[in-house]
Design a protein around this ligand. Sequence first.
Ligand SMILES: C[S@@+](CC[C@H](N)C(=O)[O-])C[C@H]1O[C@@H](n2cnc3c(N)ncnc32)[C@H](O)[C@@H]1O
Length: 219
Amino acid sequence: MQRIIEYTDDGSSTLFVPELNEHYHSVKGARAESQHVFIDMGLKYVQTACPRVLEIGFGTGLNAFLSLTAASETGKKVHYTGLEIYPLEWDILTKLTYSGDPTFRQIHAAAWEVETEIGPCFTLLKKKADFTEIHKGNGNGRYDVVYFDAFAPGKQPEMWERQRFDYLYAVMNDGGALTTYCAKGVIRRILQEAGFVVERLPGPPGGKREILRAVKYPI
Ligand SMILES: C[S@@+](CC[C@H](N)C(=O)[O-])C[C@H]1O[C@@H](n2cnc3c(N)ncnc32)[C@H](O)[C@@H]1O
């Protein structure tokens, strides 16, 4: 799949995929979107001191990078699993605006399929896997936070099917939260059918009007 580097309104880079006519992030601000949707509304929302995070669509590693920064700031000990079917080449990663940061480089230097400690507050597990092939029983562990960062439902509908959210609900701990940039009514309803209590929250500055947070409450 071809990927083209583009610059978004907050100065941070993203990737454009011509084949899908889709970007990895919001063109209104990649970094601002990641920070708001996943770190501020997801990671910082959960109360646990040692949250286990699952990201669907590891991509450029921007969400992992911002999570590591948040972990260092808050003192939370984050265990982070990033799922990705198409890991990116160094050649592309080194051209991203934040690629000069030593922490960002450590994230990408970490081997796939191996739990790697990156500093005292962050353990990373990058898994090369197809999310649509993971079913109850063959995932690993339980999660307090899910960053649902797949390409849009119109581009990759198979990532947004009910059974995917049934799986995520099953592997999340009570009190856990899933966030996504997509606030479409159809996705909100699928999340509710899967058992989540879903909130619509304001979107990132200059970006989408609303985003979703789906919480798993004890039954
Ligand atoms: C919107 S981008 C994610 C952006 C990423 N979180 C970042 O910060 O760069 C969607 C990601 O999902 C990945 N992806 C697509 N299909 C997938 C699948 N079936 N299983 C796992 N990952 C998939 C893509 O390769 C891409 O990296």
